[in-house]
Design a binder for this molecule. Structure first.
Ligand code: TTP
Ligand code: MG
Ligand code: MG
Length: 435
């Protein structure tokens, strides 16, 4: 009897605890952070060239070469000991190219991202110019994101130097509107990488993204719902992520300059002039409304498709059949990439022979792609490099070195990534022609 009573009491307490927990969850205010690294590429460069701290530095132009002049210039082999006078100045730069970013010292001269080097050289001729080293930036990108995940599990990747983080249920995420947790993450990132970042914490992604810019560099900004009129409405419309230069121009033609101007327009007027869905979105955005969840996804390293044949096939005897299967595999991988929003630059193949031995080959292009024909052509080049005397029982196609599609430009390059050659794969090349 006593045992039964105790069990009932235990059950009752558990139910009460559960209900209390739900009430607490329901009363939690949604707190979303946007974290963006400060002058990211430039700051990573300064880690290896600390002697450039505080100086105007522009990152852009040509690719870093293995025979980097700077490395040779270091008398004792350490990059940190290269004297300032050995660094290339932007005024001496010959050639085309754009600045990917600039240190805050260079920004004081008006130099910024996506600016032609020639223009930047006019604004700040003494600025030191360093080439882009995307591998290094990706390394630090992975590092700072892994630090964040140690503190908050709900993180959404938004590119190389920024993420959204759901603070709502994380310890400290509600304290001072999220400031406490933001400080903790900021200092953890600094300890692990030596890099600073800026954080905006707000009721949703839209506001958090704007807030992270308020106190750059190394700043934290907290925005509450009640701050809409004082902090958000005075900003130009362009500050809303989703209002691009063309929409902004059109808004200006209607005399709409600030977010307040936008908020004063009726929804009907906005949908009439900007279309049903974009107009409705503008209406909500001007009011700081945004329900989008923080979407976590582990980034895939590669995507592949493979198939084992019903009976072993031979490259010559079954050329047509193998060719068709190969093409289909490439199309399937391309469709997977397309659906998931990725592009890749390393294309590989896998073959398993009738003796169960396997061979793999890959080829890294100097542009990213998700195009079936291009993948097919690159995979075809790999195929030419494997022995094809034996019969084959399995064929696979893989695309690796993935980045999100929205990270690359139309020519398949990452920001600041200048192709060594713009040679594109010839999609008309027939694959098994040389077999
Ligand atoms: P941003 O976060 O826009 O800029 P930033 O980190 O350099 O400076 P801020 O402190 O203002 O955030 O971009 C991140 C990196 O992306 C940047 O360091 C270089 C690269 N980039 C380009 O290559 N081209 C561009 O036009 C922009 C905007 C960025
Ligand atoms: Mg940044
Ligand atoms: Mg950024």
């Amino acid at each position: 009897m006593t045992v039964c009573w105790q069990l009932l009491r235990g059950l009752f307490s558990a139910l009460v605890a559960c209900a209390l927990f739900r009430v607490v969850l329901m009363t939690l205010v949604r707190r979303i952070a946007h974290l963006d690294m400060d002058a990211f590429y430039a700051s990573v460069e300064l880690l290896r060239y600390p002697q450039l701290k505080g100086l105007p530095v522009v990152i852009g132009g040509r690719w870093r070469r293995e025979d980097d002049v700077l490395a040779r210039a270091a008398a004792d082999g350490t990059l940190a000991s290269i004297p300032l006078e050995d660094f290339p100045r932007i005024r001496d730069y010959v050639g085309r190219g754009v600045s990917t970013t600039a240190t805050y010292a260079a920004r004081q001269f008006g130099v910024g991202s996506a600016m032609g080097i020639m223009k930047a050289a006019k604004l700040c001729p003494d600025a030191i110019m360093l080439p882009v080293d995307f591998d290094e930036y990706r390394k630090y990108s992975r590092l700072f994101k892994s630090v964040i995940l140690e503190h908050a599990p709900l993180m959404e990747n938004r590119g190389v130097d920024e993420v959204y983080i759901d603070f709502t249920e994380v310890e400290g995420g509600q304290q001072e509107g999220g400031r406490k947790l933001a400080e903790k993450i900021q200092s953890a990132i600094f300890s692990a990488t030596g890099l600073t970042c800026s954080v905006g914490v707000a009721p949703n992604k839209l506001l958090a993204k704007m807030a992270s810019e308020f106190n750059k560099p190394n700043g934290i900004s907290i925005v509450h719902e009640a701050d809409l009129e004082s902090l958000i409405w005075p900003l130009p419309c362009r500050k809303i992520n989703g209002i691009g230069p063309r929409t902004d121009e059109k808004l200006k033609r209607f005399g709409i300059e600030t977010i307040r101007d936008l908020a004063l327009r009726e929804q009907g007027w906005l949908t009439e002039n900007f279309g049903e869905s974009y107009g409705a979105w503008l209406y909500r955005a001007a009011r700081g409304l945004d329900e989008r969840p923080v979407v976590t996804s582990s980034e895939p390293v590669s995507m592949s498709r493979e198939t084992t044949f019903g009976e072993d096939l031979h490259a010559v005897a079954n050329k047509a059949e193998l060719g068709a299967i190969f093409t289909r595999l490439c199309e399937q991988v391309a469709a997977d990439l397309e659906r998931k929003g990725y592009v890749g630059k390393t294309v590989g193949i896998k073959i398993r022979y009738d003796n169960f031995k396997a061979a793999t080959r890959d080829h890294t292009a100097d542009f990213y792609t998700a195009d079936a024909k291009v993948i097919r052509q690159l995979a075809g080049q790999c195929l030419k490099r494997v022995p094809l005397e034996r019969r084959i029982r399995l064929l696979g196609v893989r695309v690796g070195s993935l980045v999100r599609r929205d990270e690359v430009d139309e020519s398949g390059h990452l920001p600041g990534e200048l192709p060594r050659s713009r040679k594109k794969a010839d999609p008309n090349l027939s694959l098994f022609d040389d077999l």
